[in-house]
Design a protein around this ligand. Structure first.
Ligand SMILES: CC(C)(COP(=O)(O)OP(=O)(O)OC[C@H]1O[C@@H](n2cnc3c(N)ncnc32)[C@H](O)[C@@H]1OP(=O)(O)O)[C@@H](O)C(=O)NCCC(=O)NCCS
Length: 187
């Protein structure tokens, strides 16, 4: 397994997912279309994204403008990725740095027309592989609402373990060691 860490300042990153899907760096993607996608395809956007990003709506700002501010904070180390199907934007996936060294948080949204066909499970699988082989990550975390069964299944099927539950949120984790052990078992 390659241990070459990807240079975050490099513009281009295209990761194969399989079945016509890729994960691609958002830097080269039209920001307005990404913001529009996020607002239209994720019902939870208004409720969760601003609070999670520590941002609040500014006077006169559209939801798309707010989305742009959240998704494009300008930190190339965050690896904001487009999920594409035959070059079409069908989802977004984030591998954000946290304030804990070596810990990244994964988050994702898939377009409504593309759900329930295993795509998020495959995209998250490819992102985990990249995180543990192409970045400094030694551990990944994720958070889902308690009633977001689909997202929990995506994580569990990719080897995450459920941990602490706080309020409406369940926290999940996956260490690099566990990922490597599972990959060795599957080989
Ligand atoms: C969560 C999300 C990414 C899942 O995408 P997806 O491509 O439909 O997921 P998959 O097809 O890979 O399905 C994964 C599992 O969830 C199950 N699932 C999918 N949608 C479901 C639903 N609405 N209710 C219950 N289970 C569901 C699938 O059956 C599958 O489980 P299984 O293998 O045990 O049958 C997608 O629903 C989404 O974008 N939701 C809005 C954003 C969001 O909630 N993001 C996560 C924030 S933590």
């Amino acid at each position: 397994m390659s241990e070459a860490v990807f240079d975050p300042s490099a513009e281009s990153l295209v990761l194969p997912v399989g079945e016509g899907m890729t994960l691609e760096r958002l830097l080269a993607v039209d920001q307005a279309s990404v913001a529009e996608f996020l607002v239209n395809e994720w019902d939870g956007f208004s409720q969760f994204a601003p609070a999670e990003a520590g941002e609040s709506e500014r006077d006169g700002e559209t939801k798309a403008e707010l989305a742009c501010r959240i998704v494009f904070p300008g930190n190339p180390e965050d690896f904001n990725l487009a999920i594409k199907q035959e070059r079409r934007l069908i989802g977004l996936l984030f591998l954000d740095q946290t304030n804990i060294a070596g810990l990244r948080e994964i988050g994702y949204v898939l377009g409504k027309d593309y759900r329930k066909q295993g795509r998020a499970t495959r995209a998250v699988g490819a992102a985990i592989k990249f995180a543990f082989t192409g970045t400094d990550a030694v551990s990944l975390s994720a958070r889902t609402l308690k009633d977001n069964v689909a997202s929990q299944r995506v994580l569990l099927k990719n080897g995450f373990q459920a941990g602490y539950t706080g309020g409406k949120i369940i926290y999940f984790g996956l260490s690099k060691q566990r990922y490597l052990d599972q990959a060795a078992d599957a080989a």
